[in-house]
Design a protein around this ligand. Structure first.
Ligand SMILES: Nc1ncnc2c1ncn2[C@@H]1O[C@H](COP(=O)(O)OP(=O)(O)OP(=O)(O)O)[C@@H](O)[C@H]1O
Ligand SMILES: [Mg+2]
Length: 317
């Protein structure tokens, strides 16, 4: 985007905040310069930092808008203030003006950060599970996890990959996928954030804040948990999730139950990335050797770890 275009865009977006004017910026984010801008604004008394964010699609914009306005303020976790939603012009329909929650995010390589992230997710899942069961959450329009469709697709991908030795897929893996999806059906439903990358847990003055809710859905909590689980180094870290879950909601979760959820979550996470790789290779656009070493191979190891802990999930009888 040109400097003029960025300036015009920021001016149009700040016009949704009557009485406020731009003091500094806009500064495009280094990593998503076309979709995110930072601006400092003032009303003459107060200084405020805001983030201007462009959504991927109308549906994603609508989902995030609804979550920020109607759902997340009641959940007890920090999320950005949604100051305004704006269609700037027909070519830029979906912009949001959000409070700037800070410039750092949690790190996967720090145990305290992993525990903080797990605690946030425990709170999110327990509170939204209670809201769903008590009928306090309107669910129309919220996407739902479709386990059956996902299982059928992933099962076929893994089964076919058995024919190609370089994929290193093993004959028990399709059975593990079936068992994991069976177990997923037994988990309570909650709102999943849907993209629990550490970059989406922003660390600001007031604590950790979860941003980027465009992929949220209603489903078992395993996909959110699995993404963070992949970074967990000791099973003890999971207590942060369990304590938050039990403290925030009304559903019991024993230490053994937590371990079961963790195994389901890790297996789901690993199957997902294994299948991403297999599918991309099927389309002739497979990620390179670095990706294979950093994600694919550890995910195969994650599946072996779950198989060793839960041999009943892969027994052929
Ligand atoms: N309101 C906010 N306050 C502070 N930082 C933010 C805010 N919104 C986004 N960020 C930061 O910008 C990053 C990118 O924003 P976001 O996650 O919303 O978009 P994204 O869809 O992941 O972008 P892309 O897919 O292009 O990487 C976030 O991971 C977070 O670190
Ligand atoms: Mg993000």
């Amino acid at each position: 985007m040109s400097v003029t275009r960025v300036g015009q865009l920021a001016a149009a977006l700040v016009s949704a905040m009557p009485g406020w004017r731009i003091l500094a910026g806009p500064t495009p984010f280094t990593w998503a310069p076309d979709r995110h801008l930072r601006v400092s604004v003032t009303d003459g008394r107060e200084l405020r930092r805001i983030v201007l964010r462009h959504s991927w699609s109308d549906q994603a914009h609508e989902l995030e808008r609804r979550l920020y306005r109607e759902v997340l303020p009641h959940v007890g976790i920090r999320v950005p203030d949604l100051i305004a939603c704006l269609a700037v012009d027909p070519s830029e329909p979906q912009w949001m003006v959000l409070g700037d929650m800070g410039s750092r995010h949690l790190r996967a390589d720090k145990a305290a950060d992993r525990e903080a992230f797990l605690g946030l997710l425990g709170t999110l899942h327990a509170k939204t599970h209670d809201m769903l069961t008590e009928g306090r959450l309107r669910v129309e329009g919220l996407p739902r996890f479709d386990g059956q469709a996902q299982l059928a697709h992933w099962h076929d991908l893994i089964q076919n990959a058995l024919q190609t030795p370089r994929f290193e897929v093993e004959p028990w893996m399709p059975r593990l996928a079936q068992a994991v999806f069976r177990e997923l059906q037994r988990l309570p439903l909650a709102i999943n954030h849907g993209d629990t990358d550490f970059s989406n847990a922003v660390l600001g003055m007031g604590g950790v804040c979860l941003v980027d809710w465009e992929r949220a859905q209603i489903g078992p909590p395993a996909p959110d948990l699995g993404r963070v689980m992949a970074a967990v180094e000791h099973d003890g870290e999971l207590q942060a999730y369990r304590q938050a879950f039990v403290g925030a909601g009304t559903t019991h979760l024993s230490p053994q139950g937590m371990q079961l959820w963790a195994d389901i979550a890790l297996a789901h996470h690993c199957i997902r990335w294994v299948c991403y790789y297999l599918e991309a290779h099927g389309r002739g656009k497979g990620p390179g050797a670095d990706w294979r070493a950093s994600y694919y191979v550890p995910c195969l190891a994650g599946l072996r770890k779950v198989r060793d802990r839960r041999p009943e999930w892969t027994s052929s009888s």
